[in-house]
Design a protein. Structure first.
Length: 373
C-alpha cells in the first residue's frame, strides 16, 4: 500500500509545541540575522560538535563496553543515553542523535558491521547490476528502535533541539561498493563511468533509505537534520553535478518542508569534507544550511554562497591539542569569519578526534557562549 507522505510534523513534536522552535540553534539555521525586523539575537551563540557523542567521553566508553557499535545504536536506552552524555557534559546547544550512516543498511537486512578501529564493513560488496537488484526493501516498521530512542531523548532534552542525520548517497554507496572504508573511493567513482545505470540504481537506493532514515528521526522528534556527504570531496565538479547531486537532492526531498501547523519547518544542513570546490553545487541540493569543513575560511564560503546562506563550522580539530591561547585565537577568528553569513552555528570542521580531551571541548563551549552574539 502506498500513501502520500505528509509534510506535517505531529502535534506533540518539539517544533510544533514551540519547545525548540525559538532555540538559538534554529534561529541561526533559519538565518535570523537578516530576517526582517529580527532583533539582534538576545540568546547565546550556538555550538555543537560533530561526533560529540563517542570515544572522547569516558562515560561513553564505559557504557559501550561489551556491546557492538550497531547493537548500541539499535538499543533505545543506550542510544538515548549516549546522545544525552555530551549535552550534559559540555552544555552544547544541540544533541546529535547517536546512530550511524549504515544503520539503514542494517535495518534493511544488508549484512554490515562496524569493526573497531576500521569502520563500516559489509559481508559482501555491492558491485554489479545483479547485486544492486538484489538489495532488500527497507520497511518503515524497521525504524521502531530509532523512533523509540528519539522519543526518549527528546523527552529529556526539553528545549535543547535534537539533530537527526543520514549519510548522503555517494558516501553511503562508497561503503557499499568498496565493502569497507577506502582512501580514494575508486570503486564508486569508477562505477559512475563504467556502468552508470548500475551506479544510478545503487545511488537511488541509498538516497531512498537515507532520506527515509532522516524522515523517521524528524517525525519522531528531531528538530533539524544533517546530510553527511563526508567523501564527496573525492569528486570533481562535473562528476558531482552529473552523478551525485541528483541523488543527494532526492535524499533531501524526503524531508524538505516538514513543518508544524504554524509553518515552522525543520532546517536541513548539508555537510561534506574537502568540498570547497563544489560548495555552491552542494547548496543547490536543497538544504537550508551549508556545513563547511576546516579547509575553507568562512568569509570565503560566504563569498561563494552568498550572505543569505547560513553556515555551520569550522573550527579545525587540529587546534584542539594546541595551547589554549592558540585555540582561543582560532575560535575567535572562526567567529569573525562567519559574521558575514545570515546565520552561523559553531562546529568543528570535521568530527571530534577520539583522543580529544573532553575538558577542552567544554572550555571551547564556554568561550563561544561568553562572546556576545
Ligand atoms: O568505536 C566506536 O566507538 C565507534 C565509532 C563510531 C561512532 C561513535 C562510528 C563508526 N560511528 C559513530 C557514531 C556516528 N557516526 C555519529 C554519531 C553522533 C555524533 O556525531 O556524535 C555520526 C553523526 C556518524 C556519521 C558517520 N558514520 C559518518 C559521517 C560523519 C563523518 O564523521 O564524516 C561516517 C563517514 C560514518 C562511517 C563510520 N562509522 C564509524 C566510523 C569509524 C566511520 C568512518 C570510517 C571511515 O573512516 O571511512
Amino acid at each position: 500500500m502506498t500513501t502520500t507522505p505528509t509534510s506535517q510534523l505531529p502535534a506533540d513534536h518539539p517544533l510544533t509545541s514551540g519547545l525548540t522552535s525559538e532555540s538559538a540553534l534554529l534561529n541561526q539555521y533559519r538565518g535570523s540575522r537578516t530576517s526582517a525586523g529580527a532583533p539582534a539575537s538576545p540568546e547565546r551563540r550556538p555550538v555543537w560538535f560533530m561526533r560529540q557523542a563517542g570515544r572522547s567521553l569516558p562515560e561513553y566508553r564505559e557504557l559501550r563496553e561489551g556491546t557492538s557499535m550497531l547493537d548500541s545504536c539499535l538499543n533505545p536506552d543506550m542510544a538515548s543515553e549516549i546522545t544525552l552524555q555530551p549535552v550534559r557534559r559540555h552544555d552544547v546547544d544541540a544533541a546529535i542523535f547517536f546512530s550511524d550512516i549504515v544503520i539503514p543498511l542494517r535495518l534493511a537486512g544488508v549484512g554490515v558491521e562496524i569493526k573497531p578501529g576500521v569502520g563500516p564493513v559489509l559481508d559482501a560488496p555491492v558491485r554489479t547490476a545483479a547485486d544492486v537488484a538484489a538489495l532488500p526493501e527497507l520497511d518503515d516498521a524497521a525504524f521502531a528502535p530509532i523512533t523509540e530512542a528519539i522519543q526518549r531523548t527528546t523527552a529529556e532534552l526539553g528545549s535543547t533541539p535534537l539533530i537527526g542525520f543520514a549519510g548522503a548517497p555517494f558516501t553511503l554507496a562508497a561503503y557499499m561498493v568498496e565493502g569497507r572504508p577506502s582512501r580514494d573511493h575508486l570503486g564508486p567513482r569508477a562505477m559512475m563511468h563504467t556502468d552508470p545505470q548500475t551506479w544510478n540504481a545503487l545511488a537511488a537506493w541509498a538516497a531512498d533509505v537515507s532520506g527515509r532514515f532522516m524522515r523517521a528521526q524528524l517525525m519522531a522528534g528531531a528538530s533539524a537534520a544533517q546530510l553527511f556527504d563526508s567523501w564527496a570531496g573525492s569528486l570533481g565538479r562535473a562528476d558531482y553535478q552529473r552523478h551525485v547531486l541528483p541523488h543527494s537532492t532526492a535524499a533531501l526531498s524526503h524531508v524538505s518542508g516538514l513543518s508544524g501547523p504554524d509553518g515552522v519547518s525543520a532546517p536541513l544542513v548539508h555537510f561534506g569534507t574537502g568540498t570547497s570546490e563544489i560548495l555552491d553545487l552542494l547548496k543547490t541540493a536543497g538544504a537550508d544550511v551549508v556545513g563547511v569543513d576546516y579547509r575553507l575560511n568562512l568569509s570565503e564560503a560566504t563569498r561563494r554562497l552568498g550572505p543569505e546562506t547560513p553556515l555551520q563550522g569550522n573550527i579545525d580539530p587540529a587546534f584542539l591539542t594546541a595551547d589554549w591561547s592558540v585555540l582561543e585565537a582560532h575560535v575567535r577568528e572562526v567567529i569573525a569569519a562567519g559574521s558575514g553569513a545570515a546565520g552561523h552555528v559553531l562546529n568543528l570542521g570535521h568530527g571530534v578526534p577520539p583522543e580529544t580531551d573532553p575538558a577542552v571541548l567544554t572550555r571551547v563551549v564556554e568561550l563561544i557562549h561568553s562572546i556576545d552574539p
